[in-house]
Write a protein that binds this ligand. Sequence first.
Ligand code: PYL
Length: 268
Amino acid sequence: MTRLQTDWIKNMEKELPQWASRLEAQSNMSLFNLAALAGDISRGRLKSASWRTKIAVVPVTAGLGLIGTFCSQVAAIIRHMGFDVFVTDATDVSGIYEASQKGAGVVFLADDTYFLALNMSKNLISENSDATARGFVAALEGAAGGLRDKEVLVIGGGRVGRSALSFLKCRGAEVILYDNNEDVLKELRGQGVRTIGDVAEIKKYPLIVDCSFSDEGWLSKDMLHPDLLFASPAVPLSLDSEAAEFYGDRIIHDLLQLGVITMLAMVC
Ligand code: PYL
């Protein structure tokens, strides 16, 4: 996954209301119902967890270090879901200890490789790539009025793409994978996944989950189906500016929010 930059996320908290209302309109679901579907728990259980579970977000200095406002944005997304949440003053192991001392039942923390949510008392763990894939699949399901027996193209056979393939199958979709790496296609074909390697075939599929964390703007309007619904956690967005403008509200995309609310549901 692309490492986020402060410039990309610094206004996220104040834009959360717009993000939420747009996503609810696109997915035909409330955020709670969307997170519950993606996290495979009941809406009621998620709601009751919001009344009784305190959440901590712990800054992690490992590797390339802190991303400015990252932890406060994660906390803002969780607070938007009605949970009591705080960012620890301490970082790393000391931050985890502070979280437990202050009564947090769930801890969110990220290094350069993994972004995790941990519920220590229930021994539940959610990893952001998996949760993000589930969140965007659930949003596409709402937007498409269900995915059962429908063909859905996944672009990109990396960590997120493979989670998307798995959750799409759980939701009854007929999955196809596009990747530009023949070794990836061969490996997934060996696991029984239908694959395409010709970029010209992408336009056959009106339902797409784009998990290709590659170049910006490589997908143009003429490469896509006219009735497209496009769900993408990819950073940067794969659509070029003309395609992004043309498909408008049929593009479900964000940098962090949908993955975080799904992680929350998966550990409650
Ligand atoms: C979790 C995000 C989603 C997309 N890319 C992932 C990323 O940027 N990971 C790095 C997160 C580092 C956070 C830093 C901090 O501020 O605690 N360790």
